[in-house]
Design a protein around this ligand. Structure first.
Ligand code: NAD
Length: 491
């Protein structure tokens, strides 16, 4: 079985391989490759940091217009190889091919946005703050930066960070999830073709050991993390304690509120897509659906019919609308949570545990599930399930719905479906979440916007993408200069 290589200092390098972990297709549990994990990977990290440090001086002194040129090349290569990248995502991550293609589209948009860095990095200049004195601010790179990414968007998430980091003059290291490492190897087979000096961008594999090596390495100046809140909180604290700039995106428990005046046909379709897209393994997936007042009438039946008709299977097969969850452990955890909800008094409107998917009997499949009326105090109302499970609840008023949402620990996204402008305005103003949808499910924001998140969904200050990324990957220097008119006569 092939062991995935690292890409360090411009070439493919074999990892020390004491602890090989299989990379598994979640639809049939076949091993696709192997990846190195364990203590030895800290040596790989050290080698990658050395390469990135050595490349830093020349790269940070390269004019920004030159630094974005490889990004234009990357954009063309990504368009050309988008299908192959998407197929790899589906194979190792399980989502459908169209979901994987959508992921790559978002990745490309971030490359396009980062190509605007020459304009975005420009700063303020004040002439004559006093007679003959000017003051201005410049943005300079931080140094070596790194990202640590989760399993659910292996192709997109590193793109929230690295194109901007490189364009701003930093050098970079990507550490993908050990569950889905193949997509980045495929991407680096394209990066290898760019006119980039060696060491400017590097790939290292591994799990918590390589993460820790990055968080504590004195030469790494910035960390971008995306994953579960427990690890995000740890990453934030550890990297900050080691003097690094950190942004750490965490988990979620996202609500959608449906008012009686909503367009129910449109709402049903969008809610089902939002809950079951990527088998619920999206940090912006809706998890709790709250109907207010009379909105439940007819809606619960429509939503159950629509969810039950969703075709579950292997993401590369035609007609499949939902893939498996990532691991057998994940499937077991989600099925246990469903049972816990039922034991606590929730009613299973549809129960998708252990569906039979012909030809993929070993796969980690769970079909769409709806639990109605999980008791308010239940752990299921606060735990991130990260699977195709909808918690359907009924509440009397918008105020009660907003209070319920704001009492939760997460704040990634919240949506409202209504035809009332004043209800929509109240909702977007009062709900404590970083992404709001009105009559639309929330997908990852376009690249010109920051990927926001509140409460336990985000630790840090500046987010990924767009202007926030430019700010995150640069440090400001304010210069004040005096050039009296008559000085030139002295020289
Ligand atoms: P995870 O936290 O298990 O892993 C994320 C990364 O951290 C991986 O690269 C992994 O190798 C590393 N890691 C895991 N445990 C570690 C530890 N103890 N110490 C150091 N490093 C460790 O997350 P996951 O299961 O891969 O991804 C799913 C989670 O990511 C969900 O909670 C989801 O909501 C979240 N997520 C959030 C966003 C967002 O934008 N807020 C986006 C995507 C996913």
């Amino acid at each position: 079985m092939p062991l995935l290589s690292n890409f360090i200092n411009g070439s493919w390098q074999k990892s020390l391989e004491h602890n090989r972990v299989p990379v598994v297709n979640p639809a049939n549990l076949e091993t696709l490759a192997e990846v190195a994990c364990g203590q030895e990977t800290t040596v790989d990290v050290d080698n990658a940091v050395k390469a990135a440090s050595a490349a830093l001086n020349d790269w940070s002194n390269t004019p920004v217009m030159e630094r974005v040129k490889p990004l234009y090349q990357l954009r063309s290569l990504l368009e050309e190889h988008k299908n192959a990248l998407a197929e790899t995502i589906t194979l190792e991550c399980g989502k459908t091919l169209s979901e994987s293609l959508g992921e790559m589209t978002r990745a490309i948009e971030n490359v396009e946005m980062a190509c605007a860095t020459p304009a975005l990095i420009q700063s303020e200049f004040s002439e004559d703050i006093a007679s003959g004195i000017d003051e201005f601010m410049i943005r300079q790179p931080l140094g070596v930066a790194a990202c640590i990414s989760p399993f659910n968007f292996p192709g997109m998430i590193p793109f929230w960070f690295f194109p901007y980091a490189l364009a701003c003059g930093n050098t970079y290291i990507i550490k993908p999830s050990e569950k889905v490492p193949m997509t980045m190897n495929k991407l680096f087979s394209l990066i290898e073709q760019l006119d980039l000096p060696k060491g400017v961008i590097n790939l290292v594999h591994g799990s918590k050991e390589s993460t820790n090596a990055l968080l504590t390495h004195p030469e790494v100046k910035a960390i971008s993390f995306v994953g579960s809140s427990e690890v995000a909180k740890y990453v934030y604290a550890t990297a900050a304690a080691h003097g690094k700039r950190v942004q750490a995106q965490g988990g979620a428990k996202n609500p959608i509120v449906v008012l009686p005046d909503a367009d129910m046909e449109m709402t049903t379709k969008i809610v089902v897509d939002s809950v079951y897209g990527c088998a619920g393994q999206r940090c912006l997936a809706a998890s709790t659906i709250i109907t207010v007042g009379g909105a439940s009438k007819g809606f619960r039946e429509a939503i159950a019919d629509s969810a039950a008709s969703r075709v579950t299977g292997f993401g590369l097969d035609q007609g499949v609308e939902m893939g498996p969850v990532i691991t057998p452990e994940s499937k077991q955890r989600i099925e246990n949570l469903i049972q816990q909800g039922i034991n606590e008094g929730a009613k299973p409107l549809i129960d998708g545990r252990s569906p039979r998917v012909a030809g993929y009997e070993k796969g980690n499949f769970i079909a769409p599930t709806i639990l109605e009326n999980i008791p308010r105090g239940s752990e299921l109302n606060t735990t991130e399930i990260f699977g195709p499970v909808m918690n359907l609840m009924h509440i009397k008023s918008v105020d009660e719905a907003i209070n319920f949402i704001n009492s939760g620990r997460y704040g990634n996204m919240a949506c409202l479906f209504t035809s009332s402008g004043s209800s929509a305005r109240k909702f977007r103003k009062e709900v404590k979440a970083g992404n709001i949808g009105i009559n639309i499910g929330v997908a990852a924001p376009m690249a010109q916007f920051p990927f926001s998140g509140w409460k336990d969904s985000f630790y840090g200050d500046l987010h990924g993408q767009g202007r926030h990324a430019i700010e995150f990957f640069t440090q400001t220097k304010v210069v004040v200069e005096r050039w009296p008119k008559d000085w030139s006569r002295k020289f």
